[in-house]
Design a protein around this ligand. Structure first.
Ligand code: NIG
Ligand code: FE
Length: 429
């Protein structure tokens, strides 16, 4: 009897450790508000979540028994899986012809006004089947995953009719079901005015706000809403009207604001307590005060700044001094940011915008999570958050924003399991 009792006690103990993994001998950057580092550190995952994190020497005894899976990370750095909080990843075709035209002096706005730009990608995206659109998006998604990205936002906005907007959002949901990644969808029907509504911007916006938004939201395809508030797109009144409808349904709000001109977009976004306000090159110090008061995240998109050869810098010093959380994202899209590299965006955020190494790390983790309303689930390492980690072959955290065109990511862990891992050696010396 005694033996049976003992055995069942042991079984119970090992049952309790089922699916428990200790990731040890790591240099851990928690990316929480204090940017705490544990070096050497350990982190314990169970059933997809973090159940312990700290200095390796403080690892509790219960995680040292044989039933616990032991993963030696060989002194590699471990961060939360990165988050790309602003992408237009799903589209057909490309706009290399417009890039060539811009090299000869045409501007982004001029190209848009003569029917190219976003509407050129709309034509290609409408013509693509759902399967084609999915297949075209896969390599771009894979490029982000290889960089340790575990969560991305994807906007619609190349359909601009109900069917194609729905098609894009369904592709986003299918990507999430097919790859080890969390995807947050954003409905961007208000990206441009499609040709069938030429000179009827008000009517188009009403269609988007009163008809498509509720229907797509009811279909479970919409996690947030966005609008391109710009001289070549929609004005402040349009944004106000759209946000009012979103607010009625509790749909989180995001905004493309002040990329080319200042229409007062970020002040309006702040009034609606938007999750994020994105681009912000033409944002004023006064706008920054409004963002700070609303707790809205400033999403910086240096790849678009670079590709459009923009000269106006976002007000980084004001954002910093007012404590506005700054995220950095790839803006992956065929017009202003062709490509799919968050690490390049971080590097450009450092070099062009003067962000510090620690700022871009927080900008692709904790603050990016907040830009998606995901801060309780991901973006930092603490008990209860997802066990989604990026593992790096780097010697210092400064390397996250340092490399341009080189990827030092060793592997990605999702829900406490490896999803990819290179066979390269740890680069600790
Ligand atoms: O974030 N500015 C609006 N949207 C995109 C560009 C989209 C496009 O050119 O296709 C951006 O830069
Ligand atoms: Fe964008």
């Amino acid at each position: 009897v005694k033996q049976i009792f003992l055995r069942s006690l042991l079984n119970l103990a090992s049952d309790m450790q089922k699916d428990t993994t200790v990731w040890r001998n790591a240099r851990i950057a928690t990316c929480d508000a204090t940017m705490t580092v544990f070096d050497p550190g350990a982190i314990v995952s169970r059933e997809g979540l973090i159940i312990w994190v700290g200095a390796e020497q403080d690892l509790p005894q219960e995680f040292k028994q044989p039933a616990v899976i032991n993963e030696d990370l060989q002194q590699r750095w471990l961060t939360p899986a990165l988050i790309d909080c602003h992408t237009h990843l799903i589209y057909a075709g490309n706009r290399a012809d417009e890039f060539a035209a811009r090299l000869q002096g045409a501007s982004y706005a001029q190209i848009a006004q003569r029917g190219g730009g976003i509407n050129s990608t709309v034509r290609a995206t409408r013509a693509a089947s759902e399967q084609q659109l999915f297949d075209l998006s896969v390599p771009r998604l894979q490029s982000l995953l290889a960089e340790g990205v575990g969560c991305i936002e994807i906007k619609s906005g190349y359909g601009l009719n109900f069917e194609t907007e729905a098609k894009m959002l369904r592709v986003a949901r299918r990507l999430a079901a097919s790859f080890p990644v969390t995807i947050k969808t954003t409905f961007l029907g208000a990206h441009a005015v499609p040709p069938e509504y030429q000179n009827q911007t008000d009517q188009y916006l009403q269609q988007v706000a009163f008809d498509w938004l509720p229907r797509l939201h009811d279909a479970g395809l919409v996690d947030a809403v966005d609008i391109f508030c710009e001289s070549i797109a929609f004005n402040l009144q349009h944004a106000d009207l759209l946000f009012e409808q979103a607010q009625k349904r509790n749909i989180p709000i995001k905004m493309h604001a002040e990329q080319l001109t200042n229409l007062g977009g970020s002040k309006l976004a702040a009034r609606y307590r938007a999750l994020s306000c994105d681009h912000l090159e033409y944002t004023t110090a006064e706008d920054v005060v409004a963002l700070a008061g609303a707790g809205t995240v400033a999403v910086l998109l240096p790849v678009a700044f670079y590709c459009l050869a923009e000269k106006q810098l976002p007000p980084i010093a004001a954002l910093r001094s007012h404590g506005v959380p700054m995220a950095v994202a790839s803006d992956s899209n065929p017009g202003s940011a062709p490509g799919a590299s968050l690490l390049l965006a971080l590097n450009m955020g450092c070099r062009f915008f003067g962000l510090h190494a620690a700022e871009v790390l927080a900008g692709a983790t904790r603050h990016a999570a907040r830009a998606l309303g995901e801060q309780e689930q991901r973006g930092s390492l603490s008990v209860g958050r997802c066990a989604d980690f990026a593992v790096w072959n780097i010697q210092s955290l400064d390397e996250i924003g340092y490399w341009s065109g080189f990827n030092p990511c060793h592997g990605l862990i999702r829900a406490g399991r490896w999803v990819s891992r290179s066979n390269s050696h740890a680069n600790t010396h």
